[in-house]
Design a protein around this ligand. Sequence first.
Ligand code: ATP
Ligand code: MG
Length: 366
Amino acid sequence: RPLHPRSYSITLLPGDGIGPEVVSVAKDILSVVGAHEGIEFFYNEMPMGGAALDAVGVPLPEETLAAAKQSDAVLLGAIGGYKWDGNEKPLKPETGLLQLRAGLGVFANLRPATVWPQLVDSSTLKKEVAEGVDLIVIRELTGGIYFGEPRGFGTNDKGEDFGFNTEIYSTFEIDRIARVAFEIARKRQSKLCSVDKANVLEASMLWRKRVNEIASEYSDVQLSHMYVDNAAMQLIRDPRQFDTIVTNNIFGDILSDEASIITGSIGMLPSASVSESGPGLFEPIHGSAPDIAGQDKANPLATVLSAAMLLRYGLGEENAARRIEAAVIETLNKGFRTSDIHSSGMVLVGCKRMGEEVLKSVDSQK
Ligand code: ATP
Ligand code: MG
């Protein structure tokens, strides 16, 4: 263990709605876990989303992006709310999030779907199918049909209007997302499933070819391929067969939502967006939940688990990440539940209290 504590700078973007409540909890837990692990965190809290629109008139101020780029990792709460729902494009809170992702160059979106044993009854699937699900979907985030050119509208020679888009992936884009996926699979169960539509789409044919090439660098990882239509079925039929899934932007958009609904608890789902180097962006998948904002009702665990992902995938601090996850499990084992995951016989708590209970569990670890 080094004499001097390892130190990292973390940009905090609490954002709107329940964002500030859940980020505050996650920050306290990061600090205490850091103290146990010999890690020091320096925080820089910056405005973003609706809060930034109100303060300075744009959803992502230059200073916020600059601070994020200079830091070691970014922890975001949530953005948006009723107040800005009518805003037009550059002044939408969500535009700030797209600008932040672009500014950080994060091309890999990581979405775990874990069915916690204590919450197996929340699952959308039957208990026998859902029990033990622990998978991660890695979605390519900056390429593919959502960005491909040419795109647009036209009129054909019969006078019919049409719309068109382009699915395009270069070897560079495929290789880098594949490497991220193999690295992550290696830290998990060393089982990677690449999802494509290589029986129909040329971009998928190249995808499969490149993933197979990159696989030679990772002989310890067991690689399989699956067509996306089959993957969508298998996720519902037998999700336990999956460990790490890697796929393109559009398939990942759909499959990661499908995977998250397996767990059934929106307040428990973290995410990460990373690049090869440079700071990653870590955030819960839920939105700003304006219906419960400011009432101390939000489940902070999605953000707390995002902080664990920050430690694991953003800073390489695996032990600290495990400490957080173990504390979350212990807190659930003790029966503490926020209202979104509450069931009879459990102890109903608010956002702050849930955070305090996780802190107690962190402190009681050896
Ligand atoms: P987005 O802002 O991403 O479009 P959305 O508006 O569709 O998301 P959310 O803001 O995530 O949805 O809220 C959906 C529902 O889930 C709401 O009823 C909200 O109260 C609830 N919810 C979301 N996050 C949490 C949380 N952390 N704890 C408890 N309830 C939550
Ligand atoms: Mg919303």
